[in-house]
Design a binder for this molecule. Structure first.
Ligand code: B16
Ligand code: MG
Length: 224
């Protein structure tokens, strides 16, 4: 029996939705470099880093060899500048339903709360969403060498709290993210469709559906 001491939440698709803005910003960049992306292709970009997303787009357009690393950095910065402008209008109203209540339940149980997002803009989003005071630790995506599906993002949060992976639960909406949680050796809560997130230990359709009692009383995760 392991006592759960921390929850590590992904941001996009778990606490709020920034997928629309990411897509819009990539679409603008794609149009500029002659690669037309569509919503179905965009699904591949969920949960992966900015540079990994750009590489996916370039490969999709058959232009993976056309740019130097320095040029790619410039393209990624251009996309990010647009994205940052787009999310600047976000407010606490954009926080998904049920998140505040879940945070409250976790706090009552002295369970720490971390953000384990692939986004380098996570601190900005935490501020816009008005949840700064609820979050004990934000993983700095700039410091993560191997992004999701590698376990590093989730392990960084556990390490910051001085906890073992089995004392942490990760929450993710992307397959790459669920893979990251599982390879970190943590219990994985998926948000979305069970068929898509088949590697997760349990899946809820939306964040508001998470039943903390149900999770913490499972045989493999028991709060004592
Ligand atoms: P940035 P998450 C991810 O957020 C997004 O799902 C993904 O589309 C994006 O490329 C990535 O953050 C990096 O974001 O460009 O802001 O650093 O789901 O890991 O919270
Ligand atoms: Mg996500």
């Amino acid at each position: 029996m392991t006592q759960i001491k921390a929850f590590i939440f992904d941001m996009d698709g778990v606490l709020t939705e920034t997928n629309v803005q990411h897509y819009e910003a990539w679409k603008i960049l794609g149009d500029e470099i002659g690669i037309e992306i569509n919503p179905s292709f965009n699904e591949r970009l969920k949960g992966i880093s900015r540079m990994a997303s750009l590489n996916e787009i370039l490969t999709f357009g058959g232009k993976q060899e056309d740019y130097t690393q320095a040029e790619k950095e410039q393209l990624a910065t251009k996309k990010n500048d647009n994205y940052v402008k787009m999310i600047a209008s976000m407010t606490p109203d954009h926080l998904f339903e049920g998140v505040k209540e879940l945070f409250k339940q976790l706090k009552e149980r002295n369970i720490k709360i971390a953000i384990g997002s692939a986004s380098k803009n996570a601190p900005k989003l935490v501020k816009y969403l008005g949840i700064e005071e609820d979050i004990h630790y934000i993983v700095d995506a700039n410091e993560i060498e191997k992004g999701k599906p590698a376990p590093d993002t989730f392990l960084a949060a556990a390490q910051a709290f001085g906890l073992k992976p089995e004392e942490c639960i990760g929450v993710e909406d992307a397959t790459a993210g669920v893979q990251a949680i599982k390879s970190a050796g943590m219990f994985a809560i998926g948000i979305g469709e069970p068929q898509v997130l088949s590697q997760a230990d349990t899946v809820y359709k939306e964040t508001k559906d998470i039943n903390l009692e149900e999770i913490l009383t499972r045989d493999n995760v028991l709060v004592v």
